[in-house]
Design a protein around this ligand. Sequence first.
Ligand code: FES
Length: 141
Amino acid sequence: MAAQAMLTTVEHVDEEGSFLFTVADDYGVKEEVILVPCEDGVEAWHNRCTHEDFRLDRGFGVIYREGEIVCAKHGSTFDTCSGFCDNGDAKDTTLPHVEVACEDGDVVLVDENYTFLHEGGIDDGDDGDGGMPGSTSSIGF
Ligand code: FES
């Protein structure tokens, strides 16, 4: 069972629009996760479009249109609260969900299937490679 980990604050996600971080499952397989604002706080989804495994946050924040996450490759959009897509190439799919909780304004990873590794994308955790800094911003339309 993975330990809980403090990720960021709800205020930070609201201000920046998204927060990218990396987790590992029980087999050590790394996964990128995005935190996005939702009506009731924040939700966390895998950072991969369900159509072609394309990163929704490519290191520059999530793209939004009318409150939905936009896949930059073919334009499908995903509801920030449900992860569901009702349009385009990814129609009728849902982003895989990661459990987080909001506690006194902090966002905490509570998903038993994942262990927090670091802020930013998978490549941001490499030592000394000069990779991209952690993504904490978003792009709106
Ligand atoms: S890769 Fe996202 S809609 Fe095609």
